[in-house]
Ligand binder design. Structure first.
Ligand code: ATP
Ligand code: MG
Length: 274
C-alpha cells in the first residue's frame, strides 16, 4: 500500500460534509467528524439520528453522496470494506452477528480473515506457510479472547454464552483483526448495570493500554461519561452538539432532542443513565 500522507499530531479519522441519502431520507447531511488518535469518542443521538449510518460509511458499507472521509492519509470513500478493515478499522454490529453453533474461538477467528490466513491449496500441499499462518491466526484470536475475558470459554458454542458475554465476543472478533480504530455500535445494549461497568472499563483500557482509538455509539449516558473523552451528538442526520460528556449532557438542545424523540430518560442524554 502506498505511503500515506499524514500530518504528525493530526486526526486519525477526519470526515467533512458527509451526506448519505436513502431515497428521500437524508440519513446524514453536512456531518463533520474528527477523531484524534488514542481517544474514545462517543456518538449519541435519538433513534434514526444517523449513528449506524455513519459507522457504515466509515467501514465502507456505504458510499457518501457528498463529502470526504480520510483515515491516516487514506481516502476511505474509494475503498471496499475489506481494504478498510485491512487498514485497521474494525467494527461490531448493533445486533449480534455471531455464529451460535460455532465455538467461541472460531467466532473470534472470523475476525482475522482479512489478515490472509493459510489458503486451502497451501493446506492441501501441507505447506509450512499454511501451518504458520494458521497458528498465528489461532494465537491472535486467543489473545483477543483473553483481552475480553473469554479465553476459558474458547471451546464452547458461542450460542451457549450468556448474552453479555456474546456482546464481548463481538468485540473480541473485532480485536482479532488488530484494530487501530474500533467502531462499537451500542456494545452495552441489553446489558445490565453489572455487565456494563466492566465493559466500560474494558473500552477505556483498550484505548489507554492498547492504544486503540475508539468510536462508540451508546445511549446510556453513564456509560458514555465513563468512557468518552468527547461526545458528538447527531439528530436527524446533522450534528447537534459536541463536547465533553458533561457539557453535552447539560446542553438544552440535546435534552430537547432526546425528550422530543420520546426516548425514556433512563436511556437518554438528559438522564443519569441506567
Ligand atoms: N439501508 C437503509 N435504507 C433505507 N433507510 C435507511 C437505511 N439505513 C438507515 N436508514 C434510515 O436512515 C436514518 C438513520 O438510520 P440509522 O440506522 O443510521 O440511525 P441510528 O442513529 O443508528 O438509530 P438507532 O438508535 O435506532 O440505531 C433512519 O431514518 C433510517 O430509517
Ligand atoms: Mg443504530
Amino acid at each position: 500500500m502506498s505511503a500515506p500522507e499524514r500530518a504528525p499530531g493530526g486526526p486519525l479519522l477526519e470526515g467533512r460534509g458527509l451526506e448519505v441519502r436513502f431515497g428521500g431520507v437524508r440519513a446524514l447531511q453536512g456531518v463533520d467528524l474528527t477523531v484524534f488518535p488514542r481517544r474514545v469518542v462517543a456518538l449519541i443521538g435519538p433513534n434514526g439520528a444517523g449513528k449506524t449510518t455513519l459507522f457504515n460509511l466509515v467501514s465502507g458499507f456505504y458510499r457518501p453522496a457528498a463529502g470526504t472521509l480520510r483515515f491516516d492519509g487514506h481516502d476511505l470513500t474509494r475503498l471496499p470494506p475489506w481494504r478498510i478493515a485491512r487498514l485497521g478499522i474494525l467494527r461490531t454490529f448493533q445486533t449480534l452477528r455471531l455464529f451460535p453453533a460455532l465455538s467461541v474461538l472460531d467466532n473470534a477467528l472470523a475476525g482475522r480473515h482479512m489478515h490472509g490466513g493459510g489458503e486451502p491449496w497451501q493446506a492441501a500441499l501441507g505447506l509450512p506457510s499454511f501451518h504458520r499462518a494458521e497458528r498465528r491466526a489461532q494465537e491472535g484470536a486467543m489473545a483477543a479472547l483473553e483481552r475480553v475475558g473469554l479465553a476459558d470459554r474458547a471451546h464452547v458454542p458461542a450460542g451457549s454464552l450468556p448474552y453479555g458475554d456474546q456482546r464481548r465476543l463481538e468485540i473480541a472478533r473485532a480485536l482479532a483483526g488488530e484494530p487501530r480504530l474500533l467502531l462499537l455500535d451500542e456494545p452495552a445494549a441489553g446489558m445490565n448495570p453489572a455487565e456494563r461497568r466492566p465493559l466500560a472499563a474494558l473500552v477505556r483500557d483498550l484505548c489507554e493500554r492498547d492504544g486503540i482509538t475508539v468510536l462508540v455509539v451508546e445511549h446510556d449516558m453513564r456509560f458514555v461519561a465513563g468512557v468518552a473523552d468527547e461526545v458528538v451528538v447527531l439528530d436527524h442526520g446533522v450534528e447537534l452538539a459536541r463536547g465533553t460528556p458533561e457539557t453535552v449532557r447539560r446542553d438544552p438542545r440535546v435534552i430537547e432532542a432526546y425528550l422530543g424523540s420520546g426516548r425514556r430518560q433512563r436511556d437518554g442524554a438528559s438522564g443519569g443513565g441506567a
